[in-house]
Design a protein around this ligand. Structure first.
Ligand SMILES: [Zn+2]
Length: 124
């Protein structure tokens, strides 16, 4: 089995984030304009297997997918996977990709994110 050494960082919500993901997000917020926004539900489609798919204007067959008015009920922070739901504020460039307030603040002000929790061996 292949094992990779991953440097892990602890987020404000206690989730582990890989250094590479932090570096990517750091670059992301410097190249795209984010706005602080109150999250609201969006429309979605229900597949026959029970999975909910975000509606982004795609064509769909009403016989195969069921319309869910405001059925997209949460997004997750792209960095720490904290859930962002109705009434929460977060940062987004497009209304679809989100960073939680804590991650955004840390990305803006800090080059040394969170508290380092040391490297871990992660089986692949
Ligand atoms: Zn976050």
């Amino acid at each position: 089995m292949m094992r990779m050494k991953v440097r892990l960082l602890k987020t404000a919500y206690g989730c582990d984030v890989a250094q590479a993901d932090w570096d990517y997000a750091k670059e992301w917020i410097q190249t795209i304009t984010f706005e602080q926004t109150i999250w609201t539900p969006r429309h979605a489609l229900l597949r026959s297997d029970g999975a909910v798919v975000e509606y982004i204007g795609q064509d769909y067959a009403a016989t195969e997918l069921k319309w869910l008015e405001n059925g997209w009920t949460e997004d997750i922070c792209e960095l720490c996977e904290h859930k962002i739901k109705k009434g929460d504020s977060g940062w987004t460039p497009d209304g679809r990709h989100w960073l939680c307030n804590q991650c955004y603040d840390l990305l803006c002000i800090s080059n040394t994110p969170f508290s380092e929790v040391g490297g871990g061996d992660h089986g692949v």
